[in-house]
Design a protein around this ligand. Structure first.
Ligand SMILES: Nc1ncnc2c1ncn2[C@@H]1O[C@H](COP(=O)(O)OP(=O)(O)OP(=O)(O)O)[C@@H](O)[C@H]1O
Ligand SMILES: [Mg+2]
Length: 280
């Protein structure tokens, strides 16, 4: 059976979101990170997508979308299209959304344990659940600041939840998409758990070689190609672990149609219904 979980990164290659469950997206301001995420989200939410000429799939295994966007920008507007308690724009809401997401993940894991050893959400053809955190650095900084008891409590919960999801998400089909201008381990505050479990890394836009190196490490080769807005280098676990990162251009997003596309893509969103749903 063809993978139910493929997101086209460009016309010629794709990301299997069930296999590479956590993704990190970097790049300077205005490089196309959020636009790429919106396009990817439309594909995720309408899985499976067998007809490559169409952005949207048939939607029988729709990924359930959750988002944290403390900048309250493009991604936050998804709250108009998603069930309540799915989108956070301040730090208390962020904790609530992530707690809710983590809780659903544990319910899903419990259900999966009823199946034979080795079963996973993807082997059972279950829909994925994805949490998109736009502007990770700002989000993390907001959650790391403050010295009251409540602040410390929120901080502890935030770190524990992100750690839990990044480690247990694959079997459950619960993924993270972390977007940040700076995605190196040392500068971004992205915990090493998230870094290590990320099967897909993208770096958008033009940058100094040193900056790409921070994202991808020193083992991979960076081709001498100048990237524009909406273009990125990609690293996919097991595919580019040695050798060259692959440059690609994200699909063009026409802002005039994007909202209508998202309305269609997000037609099948329900916290509980999809938790034990299986495509048979
Ligand atoms: N795939 C695309 N198709 C069409 N236009 C794009 C695309 N990617 C980026 N753009 C253009 O570039 C602008 C900046 O893109 P985007 O908001 O995604 O950047 P960003 O990396 O998220 O920036 P920031 O760090 O400020 O959030 C968009 O408003 C849009 O005009
Ligand atoms: Mg953005």
């Amino acid at each position: 059976m063809k993978s139910l979980y493929k997101v086209a990164l460009s016309k010629s290659f794709s990301w299997d979101a069930a296999r590479h469950i956590n993704a990190i997206i970097g790049g300077v301001r205005g490089s196309g990170k959020s636009f790429f995420a919106l396009g990817a989200l439309a594909q995720l939410a309408s899985f499976p997508r067998f007809d490559k000429s169409k952005l949207l799939g048939i939607g029988t295994v729709p990924t359930q979308i959750f988002a944290v966007d403390l900048k309250n920008s493009d991604i936050a507007r998804l709250s108009e299209l998603l069930p309540s308690d799915r989108v956070a724009i301040d730090k208390e809401e962020a904790i609530n959304v992530v707690t809710h997401f983590d809780g659903l993940m544990h319910q899903r894991l419990k259900k999966i344990r009823n199946y034979p050893f080795g079963a996973t959400a993807s082997s059972l053809h279950m829909p994925l659940y994805y949490l998109i955190i736009d502007e990770w650095s700002a989000t993390n900084a907001a959650l790391m600041s403050g010295t009251t008891k409540t602040d410390k409590d929120l901080r502890y919960r935030w770190q524990a939840l992100i750690q839990d999801i990044s480690m247990l998400g694959r079997a459950a089909g619960f993924g993270l998409i972390v977007i940040s201008q700076q995605i190196s381990v040392t500068n971004s505050g992205i915990s090493s758990a998230v870094q290590e479990e990320a099967g897909l890394k993208l770096h958008f836009g033009d940058a100094e070689m040193a900056s790409y190196r921070l994202t991808f490490g020193t083992e991979v080769q960076i081709p001498n190609v100048q990237l524009d807005v909406g273009e990125a280098f990609s690293w996919i676990e097991g595919i580019t672990s040695s050798g060259y990162v692959i440059p690609f251009a994200a699909p063009y997003i026409d802002t005039a149609n994007m909202w209508d596309i998202l309305i269609q893509a997000l037609a099948n969103q329900d916290d509980n219904y999809y938790l034990d749903y299986q495509l048979r």
